[in-house]
Design a protein around this ligand. Structure first.
Ligand code: CA
Ligand code: CA
Ligand code: CA
Ligand code: CA
Length: 470
């Protein structure tokens, strides 16, 4: 058995070593550990009795356990061993969860930056981030975005955004601060290389959805260390604490059944997930949950400010859309700002957009929101001729996505603003009492195209602009 395990390790290095030698080890599963989700009502003590295992950590509400295996059970035999156990729903090995560094770099993000750049960076124009005013009914108010990451540090820009119920699965307490301890705990030559990651994610969510609430769930430490147990626990905790949107700027190479079950539970609750596609420069579904290719999980690749695919970004048919992820500035710990690159930084721009859309259309399913979001993207095919069909529907366009969720200008509620809406728009303006009779499935608010809260002739210009602008 030991011989087989050594051979297995060699194969992994051989497959992935050429592409990313520095990270092959970081993707290897944990030795002597298993991840198991028991059936409802099943008792972990009985499981331990059957297999000689012990609990390392647990998410008891979902009967999920990270277990230490006895020497008699090699980790690579664990899944097969328990597969026929009637009390086991799902079982996996335990894998690391990473926000892989952009290829060629040793850090997720690099520079301390200035707040002015946060306010002025090219990404805001690129994704057509509107002023709040025309979309005052869709600012993310009342919507909770779970940031499952390194935690979220206090920051003036994030003041008042914290949702109650955050949790720290690293230190297993309620302190969700995102901090640097100044030690190179994983001895890779860089201290605290991931401290601030979750705070940057939160800053981007709030910049896009300024009245959204942030549910901070810490699953990764300041060195970027996380595992599939903590990711799974973080997702369930988000579901159990009122998340409407979950941002996952991290992923694992293991298409874990326990992880898939957590994602499916989120989708069953109509929670929509924004997941970074990963930074391995690979065309296959390399990082999960992004790689699961589920309708309610948006897999997000990264582009630069010219809509060109970032050289580190994963791509492929499983990618849903692309968002800016190169040289992005956001909030950091110690009240400052940081700049970095990665699909990690594009995902929260999508999460924020989904928060605004959720607020605009509370009854929408996660699949509805996905469809509206993807239909509202801008094509970037011309900028990326070498990646046809590999970068999803297009580049995020916040204004159009929020418009679509609000139904602005779509007077016949067919999902599009077109010349077919002109007659209904005129009716809404001239005979507002007749409009709901003719279009009982629609809301007259759709005619408030300039977003000032009333339907008047002042909306004609913006309606025409929407028609002309497509
Ligand atoms: Ca380190
Ligand atoms: Ca550290
Ligand atoms: Ca229409
Ligand atoms: Ca108006």
């Amino acid at each position: 058995m030991i011989y087989r395990r050594l051979v297995g390790a060699t194969v992994v290095l051989g497959l992935f070593g050429a592409a990313s030698p520095a990270w092959a080890d970081e993707d290897s599963p944990f030795e002597s550990e298993g991840l198991v989700q028991l059936a409802p009502g099943a008792n972990i003590a009985d499981f331990h009795t059957r297999y000689g295992t012990t609990t390392i950590e647990s998410y008891a509400a979902q009967n999920i356990y990270r277990v230490a295996l006895p020497p008699t059970i090699p980790a690579d035999t664990f899944e097969a061993l328990v597969a026929t156990d009637a009390e086991v729903l799902h079982a996996d090995r335990v894998f690391p969860v990473l926000d892989t560094n952009p290829v060629g770099s040793s850090q997720s993000f690099f520079f301390f930056d200035v707040g002015q750049r946060f306010a002025d960076q090219p990404a805001w124009g690129q994704i057509d981030l509107p002023d709040v005013a025309p979309h005052a009914s869709a600012t993310g108010a009342g919507v909770t975005v779970a940031v499952v990451d390194t935690g979220v540090a206090p920051h003036p820009f994030l003041a008042g955004s914290a949702a109650p119920g955050g949790f720290n699965f690293v230190e297993r307490n309620a302190n969700t601060n995102d901090f640097a301890d100044t030690l190179d705990n994983n001895q890779n030559g860089v201290a605290d290389e991931y401290a601030g990651h979750g705070t940057m994610v939160a800053g981007l969510v709030r910049r896009v959805a300024p009245q959204s609430s942030i549910l901070a769930i810490r699953v990764m430490d300041d060195e970027g260390r996380c595992d599939t147990f903590k990711l799974v626990a973080g997702i369930h905790h988000a579901i159990d604490n009122g998340a409407d949107v979950i941002n996952l700027s991290l992923g694992t190479i293991d298409p874990s059944d326990v992880l898939l079950a957590a994602v499916n539970r989120a989708l069953a609750s109509e929670i929509v997930i924004a997941a970074a596609a990963g930074n391995d420069d690979r065309p296959d579904p390399r990082r999960y949950p992004a790689g699961f290719n589920l309708p309610g999980v948006l897999a997000i690749a990264a582009c630069d400010e010219f809509d060109v695919r970032a050289p580190f970004s994963n791509y492929g048919p499983h990618v849903d859309l692309i968002a800016p992820g190169v040289e992005i500035t956001s909030t950091l710990y110690n009240l400052g700002f940081g700049r970095g690159s990665g699909t990690s930084l594009g995902a929260p721009l999508v999460a924020g957009t989904l928060a605004r859309m959720r607020g605009a259309r509370p009854g929408a399913t996660s699949t509805d929101l996905r469809d509206l979001l993807l239909a509202s993207t801008d094509s970037i095919a011309a900028q990326n001729p070498s990646y046809p069909g590999q970068l999803g529907a297009g580049r995020l366009n916040v204004a159009r996505a929020v418009d679509a969720a609000l139904g602005r200008g779509d007077m016949d509620c067919d999902g599009f603003v077109s010349v077919a809406d002109i007659g209904a728009f005129v009716l809404a303006l001239t005979e507002p009492a007749q409009y709901p009779v003719a279009f009982p499935q629609c809301r007259i608010e759709h005619a408030d195209t300039n977003g000032d809260g009333v339907v008047t002739v002042g909306d004609v210009g913006t309606f025409v602009g929407m028609l002309v602008g497509g």
